[in-house]
Ligand binder design. Structure first.
Ligand code: SF4
Ligand code: SF4
Length: 258
């Protein structure tokens, strides 16, 4: 079973779906783009920094604060504007979101909540939906009726959900080794493969990576130029190297270390 929902803002999804419309005409327009605790997933960062023409490092440095997130893994949190009394999102402009096509998954999903469970060796084995009703949000007052899959499609969430589902088998587990030095090195591996793709690309291309692992040449070729393919390779590598999952295959005789 999916975990029970305990926050009173979280409500059951009515069988007929939910009525919702958010547009510049609602009185609360942009009110939700402030004072946010917005943790960014690796795919959020990939999309945003590409949109802004920044390297991963520049983006993380300029727009985020890296803190211990879920299970202690280092994750970037979007910094709200310190020079604004309302602490608005740095991407909020007069006409709304200035990075709309590449806005984070959390901004796309609201007011639909998605819970997943299991599925370490593929997609989630269970998926459930609920509603998140913020008091100030007037989007529920009018608009079409949405079923979860229609909302996901409308908000361009398919790739976000698919990539985040591949991230979950890592982020939902604790680094298992009790040795602080080993844990620190695992944290660095995690951050490089998830949030510093330029460095990970160099690691894959210039180390013994392809001598150690059996990786189809096409996959390596794609990862050399395509950030999403590289990120997916990174997730597989992290699962193998940190948790011993069978997500990578060592070449015969290769040393048992990465
Ligand atoms: S509070 Fe709700 S309706 Fe208002 S802008 Fe945000 S999501 Fe849209
Ligand atoms: S990224 Fe865009 S949608 Fe998300 S909080 Fe910032 S301005 Fe709002």
């Amino acid at each position: 079973m999916l975990p029970p929902i305990q926050d009173k803002r979280f409500q059951d999804l009515p069988p007929q779906g939910f009525q919702f419309a958010c547009h510049p005409g609602v009185a609360c327009f942009n009110q939700c783009c402030r004072k946010l605790e917005l943790w960014l997933t690796p795919y959020d960062v990939l999309r945003l920094r590409r949109r802004l023409g920044l390297s991963s490092e520049e983006f993380i440095e300029r727009f985020t604060e890296v803190q211990a997130g879920q299970n202690g893994w280092p994750m970037p949190r979007l910094l709200m504007r310190a020079d604004d009394p309302e602490r608005i999102c740095p991407f909020l402009g007069d006409q709304g979101c200035t990075v709309y096509e590449d806005r984070p998954g959390a901004c796309r999903t609201y007011p639909l909540g998605r819970a997943t469970k299991g599925g370490r060796d593929g997609g989630p084995s269970e998926e459930g939906f609920f509603l998140v009703r913020e008091e100030h949000c007037q989007g529920f007052a009018a608009g079409p009726l949405w079923q979860p899959q229609d909302w996901i499609k409308d908000q361009g969430l398919e790739t976000y959900n698919a990539v985040n589902d591949q991230f979950l088998p890592i982020i939902t587990r604790q680094a298992p080794d009790p040795n602080p030095q080993v844990i620190a090195s695992k944290m660095r591996m995690f951050f490089m493969a998830c949030y510093h793709l330029e460095a990970f690309r160099q690691f894959v291309g210039q180390t013994r990576f392809s001598q150690l692992f059996v990786v189809p040449p096409l996959r390596l070729e794609l990862a050399a130029t395509n950030d999403l393919e590289l990120l997916r390779l990174g997730f597989d590598w992290l699962r193998f190297a940190i948790f011993g999952d069978a997500t990578m295959v060592l070449r015969e005789g290769a040393a048992q270390k990465t």
